[in-house]
Every structure is written in C-alpha cells, then in structure tokens.
Design a protein around this ligand. Structure first.
Ligand code: IVH
Length: 789
C-alpha cells in the first residue's frame, strides 16, 4: 500500500467519523437531527468498509466501535477515586424546610439571605461514571457500593447518547462525568410488547429502572446494544489538568457543550420556597415525561459552598432528594371480579392485597378488558406490579411471572353476569363484553329507565335523572315494569327520603307543607305512556344495536311482540337492514329469562300495544328454507348451496335429521356436505335449526290465518302517490297490505282508492279523471290507527 493511498484513506476516515459523530450528537443529545437516517447509514457503511480495508485506521472512539466487543466472562472491578455517594431522601415540605435551615445555620446565613440551588429531576435508572482521558472515553463503571463498581465500558459504548469523544474544547485532561443510564418509557413498553409476543422466549422487563440495570450488566454487549438505553449527566468525579466553572449549574452547561445530554428540566431555584415550587411544577409534568423520575434533587449551586458544607457519612450536606409518592408497587391478586357498568360493559377488576401506591391505599385495580387480562396473563395468586399515576384509576401493569405460585389457571371472562345472571356476550370484533340482561340487571337499571322513559321511547314526561336515581336508590323501582305499579305516596316518600339524604329538603316542606302536584303529574304521565306502538315499545327496551329504525322495521315486519320475543337470529336477519350482528344482539337479549320476565310484567301490568298486526306479506315471501338456511352463516353454505339443499330436503327439519350420506348426495360439493354434517353434530347448531324451524312454522301459520281472516281492506286495491310525512311509502305499503289491501303501482278503474301525499302528480290526475276515491295522508293515518291491533 502506498503511503499516499493510506493518507487519503486516513483523512477520509477522520472526516467520516467527524460527520457521523456530529450527526449522532445532534440526533441523540440535542434532539435535532440534521441528516436523514439513510444518509447516516450510508456514511457508516463507507467508514466500515474503509476500516475493514485499513484495519490500522480503526480508533477506539470510532462510531463503528460502539457495538462489537466480544462477550466477557465477568466484569473487572473499578475503584472510584472520588467515591460515588448517595443522597438523603425527603418526603415532605417540612423536611425540605429543615434541610435548608440546617444549611443556613452552618453557613451562618439569616433566613432571608438568598441561597441558590441547582434543581434537577431525580432520574430513576442506574448511576454510572464515565472516564475521559484527553477527550476520549476510556472507561465506564457502575456505582457498585460507591467505592468499587464494575467496568461496563463495552456496554456503555453501545449507548448512543454517551459521547466516545468530547466535543468542543477546554476540557480537562482527565474528567469523570457522572450521571444516570435509564430506559425511556416508550422503549420499555416496546420491548415488553415484543417480549409478550415472543411466547415466553424473551422475558419481559419489570420496570424501566430494573431494565436499565439489567441491560448494563449483560456480559454480551450485543445484547445491551439492543436495549433502548439513554443517559443524562448530573455530576463530575475526578478532574485533572483543567478548570471547571465555579457553580454546579454552569458546570452542567459545560457538560452539555462537551457533548453530554443534560435534562431540559434542570433549573436553579432560591431557598426552600423556590425548591418546593420546582417540586410541584415537575410533579405536574411527571406523568407526561418520556422517562421515569422518582423525585427531584436540590443541590447547593456554588461549588465552594458545597465543599464548605461537606458530608455526613456517605451523603452530602449540600444536596437532598425530594421524593414523589411511588407510582408502582408490588402486591398480590386475591381475586379477579367483574364489574358491570351502567351500559352493561363487563370490566375485569383485580382485588388486591392492599398496597400504598401513588399516595393512597389501593385495594382494586382495573384490568380493562378480557384482552388485557389475556395479554398480561394475570392469574389469581399472582404477584403483580400495580400502577397509579396521577388521578388515573389504578391498573395492573405487569405480572412478576417468576413469583407465580404453583397451580394457577388462566383467567376467563365468566359466562354469566354476577348481578343478574344473564349471559355475558362479546360480539365479534368488539373489545368489550356485555351483560345482556339490560332490563333485569340492577347494575343497568338506571340507564335502562332513562332510555325507557325518553321522549322517543315511552315518552314519560317528567321522569328525569334525579327521580330515576331516587326511585332506584331507595328500591321503589327495580325494572321498568315497576314504574306502572307506583302509587302517589311512593313518589312522595321517595322525594322526602332523597331530599333528606341530599340535604335538599325545601323550607316549605320543613314548615309542614307537602307539594303533591308534581307527583300527580308524574303518575298521570306514566299512565299516559301505557298505550303505545310496537315500534316505540321495542325501542324502549334498550336492546343493544336496536335504534328507532330497527325497532320500526321489526314492528312492521312481524307485527307482534309475542312473536318477536321468540324469534331466532337467522329469522330476524330476513328483515332488510338487520344484519347478523344486530340479529344476534336481539336474540341474545330475548334469550335472557330476566328480560322476558320484565316484558311479561310490563305487558301484564302496564303496556298496551295499539298497533299489533299479523306478519306482513314480505315475511311470507322471505320465509323459505333456502333463505333461512343461508342466513345461518354456516361454513360453506352460500346462497347457491342453500338453494340446492332446500331443493333436496325442503325443510330445515329434514336437513337436521338427514344422515351424512344423504347430505353428500344432495348435489352440494362433498367438503361442504361434510362441513355441514359436522356442524350439525354440535348441540348449538341443532338448537338453532330447531328454533328456526319452529319460528318458520309459527310465522307462516300467522301469516296464513291473517290472509284468511277478513282484513278491513281485503279485496281492495290501493295506489300510493306523492310523498308522505309521517311514514315512508314502504311503511304505508306494508301497513296497508297487513290490513288485506293489494298495493298497486298504477291507477285504473279497478283501483279502490288512491292515497295522495304532497306533490302528487299524474296518478292523482288519473284518479280524478276516472272518479276514483282519493285519500289524503291524514285520512290514511287515521284509518291505520283505527285498525291497528
Ligand atoms: S447527584 C453526591 N443528581 O440518585 C450526590 N443523583 O441517591 C450524587 N440520581 O445514585 C448524586 N438523579 O443514581 C444526583 N439529578 C441527580 C440524580 C441522581 C438520579 C440518583 C443516582 C444516585 C442516587 C443518589
């Protein structure tokens, strides 16, 4: 190799190192990247290639040398020439007052003389000391017992925020920079997420502090390199051959200029009051910080004064740590219960051995939902880490798997509501599982009543939130049906008790007068609500996913609560706009005995449905074996396969009882037949077939007998024209047909009457021309009303 080539290479290598170093410093320390990642990678590759071709060019501070040292079998001991001391802790404002008073006394300062402190976050990681000789990082060590630590240089080199070479100028020949290695929260969460997905291959980290400590103590630096570690400088140890500023705060600024990360939260403050203000200011930001802190540190800023004050034992007199309440604590799970919310949401909750965390004693922690329990794999008996940050509900953050006792079981969401015994159902794609006993569940009764009484539901005027709370809290009402049993004196008594409890008894009442008008009005409003339409009634039940339009569609199609309350979901799906999810929610609601009892109660003691009718003609048309079969969502049973099966078997019962050989002979592909045969072995599918077959018979029978029975519009042909206000054209058609009419599209001599809405056009003209009777909307509505039920 000619010296010229080598010179060139050496210059280029130095230039690359310079640029990479600067880019890395801007990225990791200043948080202000200047070059794109791809460019950085390209420069790095160029340097690596150059160093590979000219191994004599490799320097210890080259950015290529961060990772790569071979694993060692043990760490060498490092004696700290300047010991690494610890701080005294304080937990209250009073202790800080004491601390500052002691200093003033020693310094002979009176209470109002200014006393400047450097105030800093107390990082929750691992203290280390970094030694630089002639500006180069030569050795890094852990704190150990303060006198002797471990040489973890190779591991520290992998941390990009630690400069391998000092920046700027004016640094001493030898300097030890001290600070904290920590793991940022985001990196910690990401690491644990990966660990959880690894199926036990990667062990999750307990908390960011342990994570930092564990990562630094890896014998193989390549493992450390994979851990997202970071660093903040906050002190110096040995200093030789150079001068440092005379205050701590100026020294930190110098460290920053030499390439070390110094937290932007570092500040100065005057006296105890200034320190306490800082404590609260940082405390407010604590939860939002990207890393954990467990307190703040106050240090006398003037270094000469620090020296004057000196140490007691192993702690400085000139500094103190002011701690925040711990946000995480270890405890054990005594039970996992579920809580049913106002809307029926079932939230798993951990009952804990009481533990003091985040400043309060915590006995319960939320587990959020079944997925979260599965993710954490929390089990009864487990030792867990509970977290309570700020005002948020305490939660179980992690399980300490190492401490899991023998014979534990994975937790499963219970099948039934602990309050009302109804089924708990989790719909596909939903995170939340819900109790389906909406009407019968004590946990949901207030919400249920609120919905029931709403204007668009049963429209009970005056039954507001406060009365609902009073009625349920004092046990006058346990379900919507109880509303219809209320007497005047119940309401008055409820109000008196609620006022007494809340301290809101009016003066007039105290003086012996009792207002009764409101109660009479409410009783009257409840009575008024008794007569209602089927659609309103269905809507008022508060079935999950059943809004007004779905309630209307159900009412129009099937016409009778006695039918609807027993229909299986594949039949409900026949109604356009009712999909599988909604149909299953309706079915699940009516499946609950509790809900059925409340409906019985409502119909016996309260509600009169004024517009019941037989299933409309569309029901009859849609109720084919093929349609119902296709609606069952069985694997492989498409519409086409349903048609084939319906042709071969002609009823659901026949399919249910068919031997597998006959299914195979039906013309559907063999794998589909086999899948159907195995589905039919399941009790659940068989039950669904039976229910669907039964419902089909019942509906067809009703529809037939309605056809036979003389409807008020039997034999009449009606034409609808123009737009209607109070109902859609389709609804009007369905209702007219339900009363026996044939609804036609054009007017002729045979037309019995034309219903003309607003802006009726040629059909109306034709009717007038032919002398056909014309009804307006009001007449139609009146007629439908008169013939309802
Ligand atoms: S100064 C002589 N400043 O707290 C005092 N320590 O108990 C030397 N720590 O081991 C430490 N943040 O791990 C200092 N801003 C900060 C700190 C801090 C965290 C840790 C450090 C040390 C312990 C002292």
């Amino acid at each position: 190799m000619s010296p010229a080539v080598s010179n060139n290479a050496s210059r280029r290598a130095a230039e690359l190192r310079e640029r990479l170093d600067e880019a890395s410093h801007r990225y990791h320390v200043l948080d202000a990247p200047t070059i794109p990642d791809a460019e950085y990678d390209a420069l790095m590759r160029e340097l690596e290639a150059l160093e590979a071709a000219h191994p004599e060019l490799v320097t210890s501070d080259s950015p290529t040398q961060r990772v790569g040292a071979a694993p060692s079998s043990a760490f060498a001991e490092v004696r700290h020439e300047v010991p690494m001391l610890s701080l005294a802790n304080a937990f209250s404002d009073e202790e800080i007052g004491e601390f500052v008073r002691r200093i003033r006394t020693r310094l002979d300062l009176n209470a109002d003389a200014s006393l400047k402190f450097s105030v800093e976050p107390k990082f929750d990681g691992l203290a280390i000391s970094l030694r630089y000789e002639d500006g180069k990082f030569v050795r890094g060590a852990t704190r150990g017992d303060g006198e002797t630590g471990e040489d973890v240089t190779a591991n520290l080199r992998t941390i990009k925020q630690i400069p391998l070479k000092l920046h700027g100028k004016g640094w001493p020949t030898v300097i030890e920079v001290r600070g904290e290695v920590y793991m940022p929260r985001a990196g910690f969460e990401k690491y644990n997420e990966t660990a959880r997905e690894s199926n036990g291959k990667i062990k999750p980290l307990i908390n960011p502090r342990n994570a930092a400590a564990g990562s630094l103590r890896q014998l193989d630096p390549r493992i450390t390199a994979k851990r997202p570690l970071a660093f903040y400088a906050y002190a110096v140890g040995v200093v030789e051959g150079g001068e440092l500023p005379t205050t701590h705060s100026a020294m930190l600024k110098k460290l920053h200029a030499w390439g070390f990360p110094v937290s932007t939260l570092v500040d100065t403050a005057d006296g105890a009051q200034g320190c306490l203000t800082y404590f609260h200011r940082v405390g407010e930001q604590r939860d939002a910080l990207p890393f954990d802190i467990d307190g703040v540190v106050y240090k006398i800023d003037d270094l000469a004064t620090q020296r004057e004050l000196g140490f007691v034992g192993r702690t400085p007199r000139w500094a103190i740590a002011h701690k925040y309440p711990a946000q995480e604590q270890t405890t054990t799970i005594e039970a996992i219960e579920i809580n049913i919310g106002r809307t029926g949401a079932a939230t798993p909750t951990a009952r804990l051995k009481p533990v003091f965390v985040g400043g309060v004693t915590v006995t319960n922690a939320t587990l959020h939902n079944a997925d979260q329990v599965a993710r954490l794999d929390v089990r009864i008996g487990d030792t867990v880490i509970v977290r309570r940050a700020g005002d948020v509900i305490p939660e179980v953050a992690r399980v300490v798997v190492e401490r899991r006792p023998a014979h534990t079981h994975r937790w499963k969401m219970p099948a039934h509501c602990p309050i009302c015994g109804s089924a708990i159902v989790r719909e596909e794609g939903e995170v939340v599982a819900r109790c389906t006993g909406g009407l019968a569940c004590a946990a949901q009764v207030q919400q249920a009543l609120f919905h029931f009484a709403a204007r668009r539901a049963m429209d009970i005027d005056g039954l507001g939130e406060r009365f609902i709370e009073g009625l349920t809290d004092f046990g006058y009402v346990k379900s919507p049906a109880d509303l219809y049993k209320l007497k005047l004196h119940d309401l008055l008594e409820m109000k008196r008790r609620a006022d007494e409890r809340d301290g809101t008894t009016p003066e007039t009442v105290k003086a012996g007068k009792v207002a009764t008008k409101w109660a009479e009005n409410l009783i009257e409003a409840i009575a008024q609500s008794r007569r209602t339409t089927l659609a309103r009634f269905l809507y008022s039940l508060g079935i999950n996913h059943v809004g007004e339009s779905t309630a209307k569609a159900l009412a129009t199609w099937f016409g009778d609560i006695a039918l609807i309350r027993h229909l299986p979901w594949p039949i409900l799906k026949l109604v356009p706009d009712i999909g599988g999810e909604v149909a299953r929610a309706i079915d699940a609601f009516f499946e609950q005995d509790g809900n059925q009892r409340v409906i019985d109660d409502l119909l016996e003691h309260g509600i009169v449905i004024t517009d019941a009718h037989a299933p409309i003609a569309k029901v009859r048309a849609a109720l084919t074996t093929a349609n119902v079969l296709a609606d069952m969502e069985l694997p492989g049973i498409t519409e086409k396969r349903s048609e084939q099966l319906a042709q071969a078997f002609d009823s659901l019962e026949a399919i249910l009882h068919a031997p597998p050989a006959k299914l195979s002979a039906s013309g559907v592909p063999l794998d589909v037949a086999a899948a159907l045969a195995s589905a039919l072995e399941q009790a659940q599918t068989r039950e669904l077939f039976k229910r669907s077959a039964h419902a089909m018979h019942l509906l067809l029978e009703r529809a037939e007998s309605a056809k036979g029975a003389a409807g008020p519009l039997d034999g009449k042909t009606v034409v609808l024209t123009g737009s209607l206000n109070s109902l859609t054209r389709d609804e009007a058609k369905d209702k007219l047909e339900a009363l026996g009419a044939k609804v036609a599209g054009s007017v002729s001599k045979k037309t019995s009457f034309v219903v003309a809405g607003a802006e009726a056009g040629s059909k109306l003209d034709k009717a007038t021309e032919l002398g056909v009777e014309v009804w307006d909307e009001a007449r139609l509505v009146k007629f439908l009303h008169a013939h309802a039920g």
